[in-house]
Design a protein around this ligand. Structure first.
Ligand SMILES: NC(=O)c1ccc[n+]([C@@H]2O[C@H](COP(=O)([O-])OP(=O)(O)OC[C@H]3O[C@@H](n4cnc5c(N)ncnc54)[C@H](OP(=O)(O)O)[C@@H]3O)[C@@H](O)[C@H]2O)c1
Length: 344
């Protein structure tokens, strides 16, 4: 039988706010009592947990959550269920390897143990390693969700921004699989080749001279009527301008850390263009259990077949996590930083 310790190590974000560098600098390492799961909950021994842009948003205090008690960051991770608080599903999960999402408003995955709702755990296929499983939920499901929202809104081609991100790379694969033409925008010349090598046909570099002219031309040729905007800031208004009448810009990220800007009301009023948003939690709630089971089964298949991969630039233990996060924010496309609690 697994012997639970009384205390665990955890990353603590006791001070939210400031820019992302300040927020990382303010992270500390602390000791907390190992939490006790209630009915319908399980205790997961975390084996790996990534840092996503949404974690950086949380660290800066911009997630809009009431985190009066939540000091431990980390929205997702993977590990083994070591205790159940009771209830059919929670008991069934005992001793299983799972991917898990942090419960809203409670402590997250950047710790040795985390309480998860049993319904927020995905049992893992035997061959799927924790390294990949740690990023099974947020990006793969969002990539599927974004494409399905674009299609359901009647679009037949889209622009994808920040396309060298892990999610952007998943969109390369899914859009090809679904024969949905996509124009991928990256911001460094090296990323153009990387995306071509993944099979992307249309890739533009936003740092190149004459970029917006090239973008407008490519949008016309591919009949693009939708933009998936991970950057926001002035990018939102510029994308809106470039797209044809009745187009949609779907904002799903805030990488610029700026409010959406340069939005010309003429485009909205007279050209019928719209700005919408995508949020994974909201999309999941609309899916229903059966459809979600199908999605996660499909994602695990794609991961096992190597069709969807999350690149990892560094595995860090508790001690070197801050340094690893600083490295991640300086060049995010190199891959995720993964907290591996067992690494000393
Ligand atoms: N709405 C939702 O429910 C939802 C769910 C999942 C993900 N997301 C969003 O999806 C996006 C991608 O997530 P991810 O985990 O795949 O990211 P990631 O792998 O960490 O990569 C981030 C990418 O953004 C680029 N980038 C950073 N700042 C930028 C800026 N100011 N302008 C242009 N590009 C910039 C980076 O390029 P460099 O390498 O050049 O730094 C990198 O390619 C994020 O915005 C995330 O918040 C949203």
């Amino acid at each position: 039988m697994y012997q639970l310790p009384s205390h665990m190590q955890a990353v603590l974000a006791s001070e939210h706010g400031g820019n992302v560098q300040d927020a990382i600098r303010h992270l500390t390492l602390g000791e907390l009592p190992v939490p006790v799961p209630q009915r319908g909950e399980v205790l997961v021994k975390i084996e790996a947990a990534p840092c996503n842009p949404s974690d950086l948003i949380f660290l800066q205090g911009l997630a809009g959550e009431t985190h009066s008690e939540a000091a431990v960051p980390g929205w997702e991770g993977a590990g083994k269920v070591v205790a159940s608080g009771g209830g059919g599903l929670a008991n069934w999960l005992r001793n299983r390897r799972v991917a898990c999402a942090a419960p809203r408003g409670k402590n997250g995955t950047w710790a040795e143990y985390m309480i998860a709702r049993a319904t927020d755990c995905i049992p893992l296929r035997t061959k799927l390693r924790y390294r990949q499983a740690a990023s099974l939920i947020i990006n793969p499901l969002s990539a599927i969700g974004l494409l399905s929202v674009a299609r359901a809104s009647g679009h037949h081609a889209a622009v994808s921004t920040a396309a060298a991100s892990q999610l952007g790379r998943m969109l390369v694969m899914l859009s090809q699989q679904q024969r949905f033409p996509m124009l991928h925008i990256v911001r460094r010349a090296t990323q153009v080749d990387q995306l071509h090598s993944l099979g992307a046909e249309h890739v533009l570099n936003s740092s190149a001279t004459g970029f917006y002219g090239q973008l407008a031309k490519a949008c016309r040729e591919l009949k693009v009527t939708c933009a998936l905007d991970a950057i926001a800031g002035t990018e939102t208004g510029k994308l809106l301008k470039v797209l044809p009448r009745d187009a949609d810009v779907i904002v799903y990220g805030a990488l610029s850390s700026e409010p959406c800007g340069q939005i010309d009301p003429v485009e909205l009023i007279y050209h019928g263009k719209r700005i919408d948003s995508f949020y994974l939690n909201r999309w999941i709630r609309k899916q229903g259990t059966l459809r979600m089971l199908r999605h996660v089964y499909r994602i695990q298949n794609m991961m096992l077949a190597g069709k969807i991969q999350t690149q990892i630039q560094r595995e860090a233990g508790f001690v070197d996590l801050r340094q690893a996060l600083e490295q991640y924010v300086s060049e995010m496309s190199l891959g995720k930083v993964l907290l591996v609690p067992s690494k000393t």
